[in-house]
Design a protein around this ligand. Structure first.
Ligand SMILES: Cc1cc2nc3c(=O)[nH]c(=O)nc-3n(C[C@H](O)[C@H](O)[C@H](O)COP(=O)(O)O)c2cc1C
Length: 439
């Protein structure tokens, strides 16, 4: 290993995913903070860089033109606002980066700048923002205006980020004097209006609270499209990807490097979602994977997966026969409704002509990208190889904070990585940005 890995946890939201998972049992309540907070503390024990809480602001109705399947299955479109939970996590940890998901399309910049400024203060510099543009029709219906088109949303997003940065920097670092002798709280000459007049956003400023420890929270993003990747290369310091193959990861890293050019080494870290399955022996790990695969065939997960994927792809998968290969069905679909080239369904169907919607549902149920299965030692070796081969800076574990799984990672995998020099054994940096830039 040339340098250690960065590790983050990717929590699908403040939401019910896991309610049907037999590992949890009936005492589990996804609405209560306890298991999230214990999870955050465990991640800090494992020297993780941070946790990201995903979010979306609507229960989409693409699948069968209804939200029923999402409600019945309790899938990850049912989300509460991540900010209160991040704040609580901040209160029980000292080092863990805390990344919330907020939309540049629907969250007004001034409001968001204030919220993340407060989170950064309260956590002494550990706030991050997963910048999303929210493309579901139902997102717009909830906020009362139509969801703009894809590239237009990214144009709005660029401006949104510029305005937030201007607001975060509207107080100079030494503006607060707290001079009791002279009776001066802050130096007015060091607090500035921003007078931002954009095409989509405007704000006078300044922000109504002093500059936070990081000033600008760590900016994270996960674009897949050309426009989305341009946006990430321009704005993000933490770029996250979902890729199912080594070749896909390699391409993604080299594409981001090209786009970010001189920003890359200084300011950009790339991490890929993974969900390794770990057992005391390889056989136990394989058995665990089989059990997860069996569970993913259950109607609850099939509904959850198809409804969630339909929203993301803007294709009603409810119109497809579950067991007929996708490729055979595409021809018969309206032009408008066909899965777009580039969508996951299309990609899988291109790789395997016999790929069916049920296969997609099971993959969605598992949420597994590249399968990594084995003992902690084997998984550690595999992660090092993948990072070496692809140029990734690290990985994000895409799972619930189930205590057993968290323990497999923090008490099994992390020590194995540490023994290889592939993971820090203590934090050197103080703020989230410093921690991301430790190596
Ligand atoms: C790791 C990761 C996390 C994501 N988190 C969210 C999220 O919380 N909310 C959301 O609406 N979209 C989320 N997305 C979707 C991306 O923001 C993005 O829209 C998607 O990758 C498609 O790319 P595009 O916008 O360039 O078309 C996530 C994607 C990835 C890979």
């Amino acid at each position: 290993m040339t340098k250690p890995l960065h590790l983050m946890w990717f929590l699908a939201g403040y939401q019910p995913r896991g309610w049907f998972d037999p590992r949890y049992g009936s005492g589990h309540d996804f609405r209560r903070p306890k298991h999230y907070l214990e999870g955050a503390q465990a991640l800090e024990r494992g020297c993780f860089d941070g946790i990201l809480i995903a979010d979306q602001p609507s229960i989409n109705n693409t699948y069968n033109s209804s939200i029923d399947a999402q409600l019945r299955s309790g899938n990850e479109s049912i989300c509460g606002d991540p900010l209160p939970l991040l704040t609580m996590m901040g209160a029980v940890t000292e080092h863990l980066g805390l990344v919330g998901t907020y939309s540049t399309t629907f969250h007004p910049p001034y409001l968001l700048a204030r919220q993340l400024n407060a989170l950064d203060h309260l956590t002494e510099g550990r706030a991050g923002w997963n910048i999303v543009t929210s493309g579901r029709v139902t997102d717009g219906l909830n906020f009362g205006f139509p969801t703009p088109e894809h590239d237009h949303r990214y144009d709005m997003g660029d401006e949104h980020v510029d305005l937030c940065k201007a607001l975060w920097e509207s107080w100079e670092p030494d503006a607060v004097l707290l001079d009791r002798e002279k009776g001066v709280f802050a130096d007015p000459a060091k607090v500035h209006q921003v007078d931002f007049e954009g095409r989509y956003h405007r704000s006078r400023g300044p922000l109504s609270f002093p500059r936070s420890p990081q000033g600008v929270p760590v900016l994270a993003q996960a674009g897949a499209s050309q426009r989305g990747r341009e946006f990430g290369a321009r704005n993000a310091e933490l770029i996250m990807g979902n890729q199912n193959s080594i070749a896909g990861m390699k391409d993604y890293v080299s594409d981001v490097k090209k786009r970010a050019a001189d920003r890359y080494d200084r300011a950009t870290r790339i991490m890929f979602n993974i969900q390794p399955v770990i057992g005391e022996t390889r056989e136990v790990a394989e058995e665990r994977l089989l059990a997860l695969k069996r569970l993913a065939k259950h109607r609850v997960y099939v509904d959850a997966g198809l409804a969630f994927a339909s929203g993301g792809m803007k294709t009603d998968l409810g119109k497809l026969d579950l067991d007929i290969p996708v490729m055979k069905q595409i021809e018969a679909m309206d032009e408008q409704e066909r899965p777009k080239p580039g969508s996951i369904l299309f990609q899988y169907a291109m790789e395997n002509p016999n790929f069916t919607p049920r296969d997609l549902a099971e993959r969605e149920g598992l949420k597994m990208t590249l399968p990594i299965v084995g003992t902690a030692e084997e998984v550690a070796d595999r992660m090092c190889e993948i990072a070496e081969e692809t140029g990734a800076d690290g990985f994000m574990f895409r799972e619930t904070l189930h205590p057993g799984y968290v323990a497999d990672i923090v008490d099994g995998l992390v020590p194995a990585l540490q023994r290889r020099g592939a993971m820090r054994t203590e934090y050197a940096g103080k703020t989230f940005r410093e921690i991301l830039n430790e190596y």
